[in-house]
Design a protein around this ligand. Sequence first.
Ligand code: ZN
Length: 496
Amino acid sequence: MSYRIAFAGFNLESVTAVHQISTYSDFERVCYRGKEIPEKYRGTNTVAGGVLKALGATGAEMVPLFHTLLGALGPASDDAVTAYANELVQGLTGAGDLDGLVLYLHGACWAAGFEDVERYVIDRARAVMPDLPISVALDYHGNVDDRTLDGADIAVAYHHSPHIDMGQTGERAASALLRMLVTGEKPGLAVARPGIVIPSIMSATRLEPLASIIANARALEAANDCDISVMGGFAYSDSANTGMSVICLDWDGESAAREKAEVLSAQLWQAREALAHSIPVVQLEDALKAIEAEPANGLPTVLLEHADRMNDSTHILRALMSCDIGRINVPFLLDPECAAQAHAVGIGNEAYLSLGGKSAPEAGGPLDVCAKILWSGYKKYTVSGRYQQGAPVDLGLTALIEVGNIRISVVSHFAFAVDGDPFYIFDEKPEDYDVILLRSKTHFRDFYEPLAAAIHVVDTPDLGPADVRLIPFRQFDTAHAYPWRDVVQTSNTNDH
Ligand SMILES: [Zn+2]
């Protein structure tokens, strides 16, 4: 029998404090529908690609509804959430006989009118499909609780950050759903929350002690019939369920799922202090001094402006303008105005630009520069790095400009500079530079850890601070969570 499995993706990681709202038309710019989805994503290391692979291997048919993945930006508009939920409901009710649904959601999408965007989307599907098996594939940075997943039968999330296993996550979501259909089993699903909020930079899954706890999850899976997702959570999205969690999908039932989730949650709580401080975060002056002292070895040093959430902050770029530390590259600075100005001036000419820092007062303000235009035009490419490998990227109008010894690619659409692509698309390579300024949190590590001479994680006074106590939470009750909760009171207990 050939199963018909509906697929829909609505995915955004929201920083609540970012002023720019992602509207329906923003989501539509990157939205694919119907047969466009297999055309764009088959064979790619994406959730849609993984779902297609798993369904195809068993002769099951994907009924593709829509797929929009906007990346990591500000809040979604209420209208956008409602519109895609409505489209999901219409798609499900109009698709004929269905055997299941795979939903690709983030877990940390935030919209002002919703307590929990992902719970709302899942519940809307459940309301019209009371008996349809629903499987949810989530981002590792999702903020979830039991209620988020109440309407789902299955939930899995990326195991890795950098998210190099997006395809495998889609396969896990689809394979578990197919198992339900083939065997008639119904797995248990449980979420445990230790009450820990860590900044994104500490959520890289190869860092200790996180790596060891995740290894414990893999060992539990090997010894049992379950699928475990240790969730890093997303500090900058302010909801009642902000923070780390553990999702367990267990074919031995609900109580087995809860037991394992609680065991790993307790391990996270025990390690909370170390989890929150797994890598050093330095001040800019110290990073620049360290770079000046580094012997030149032909490999680039990475400066990470991690607190930037809109890819346009100028805190570090401003300092680099007056530094003599070799050739510097600043990939994918988001500034559509400057990209358009540079394009209008033309290749080979100079333009006076008010560059970057416009998204918020916290972004550092624009820099007045005289830039030489090396290239300009519309840029699209396919991801070559392992994170989202094969997925399409549209930078919109783009300009490669030069200010002194600094080369900057200015783009019109938000894009992740986490691999070699920002260089390859201009026939350059990262090794051409002494210093590369990135704004990634964890994804850059897959490509740049093996390549870079050194990585300096720099804290700047921006919207994504390393000290999560600086985040102005309104929805999340910090009183019961680390690092706010009095550590002394709880040092010997686990009753949180
Ligand atoms: Zn993520």
